[in-house]
Ligand binder design. Sequence first.
Ligand code: G1P
Length: 305
Amino acid sequence: MTQASGAHRRIRKAVFPVAGLGTRFLPATKTVPKEMLPIIDRPLIQYAVDEAVEAGCDTLIFITNRYKHAVADYFDKAYELEQKLEKAGKQQQLEMVRNVLPDGVRAVFVTQAEALGLGHAVLCAKPIIGDEPFAVLLPDDLIWNRGDGALRQMADAAEASGASMIAVQDVPREQTGSYGIVATDAFEGRSGRIRAMVEKPKPEVAPSNLAVVGRYVLDPRIFDLLESTSPGAGGEIQLTDAIARLLDEKPVHAFRFQGTRFDCGTHIGLIEATIRYALDHEKLSDAAAQLMQSALKELGVLELD
Ligand code: G1P
């Protein structure tokens, strides 16, 4: 394979931690993993996979648990369905089903036996990643952009600089307790070197209101650090705590990506994402806008003339 021109190694492997319980979406998530909840016609995990593939990743590592067969089934080849679609001449649908995992991209599934936290989930990928920089994508965080995807932007910046990259965005100060929060040097362009990082601080002790969004490009040194990271916030082994230790050894940059992030781990975030994708959809856009207007009118939510 030819290496893209750049001073440092390009990421080729991406980790998707999908072992969470998804309790916020019960009862739906009693049987459907939250990563399989759809925005229009594609499950959340597909958006994250497409973003990783676009960034140049060809090895996708899913960290699952024993209840998440649906994720593995989704990426498996569906022989019967493909045959039926082929026979029925439904070429477009056939392509869609086949392209869930494009040619040349492979999926690897690793079971996280115990739910010990995000840091522990990432550590489960160590034997498959080895000694190269890699990406982590949290499928709950859906990032919409008309140009290059967020991970691609980060992978380019990491390749050029050799630094690890953590996606960030400003959040209202009262929300710092829901995020990893960073303190950085002054930004040059889209990135600034991180000096401190803390998981879910209360607003009064947060070092800033710059929050970590679920996209990371990480140096493999993180694995050794994760192995010796003790449980932190919420009693879990936190990725943030290991990254905070990485700061002493290697450059780690906060990256303000171009795009809009939807927190699909919450009800309102999932609704917001659905609205955005519907309004941006080539076939659904007009009908969706009309439906929204009439719903607002009928329910008296907004006075429109
Ligand atoms: C995780 C990370 C946190 C980050 C967030 C982004 O938290 O631990 O640092 O800010 O994802 O979505 P979680 O939302 O899984 O509690």
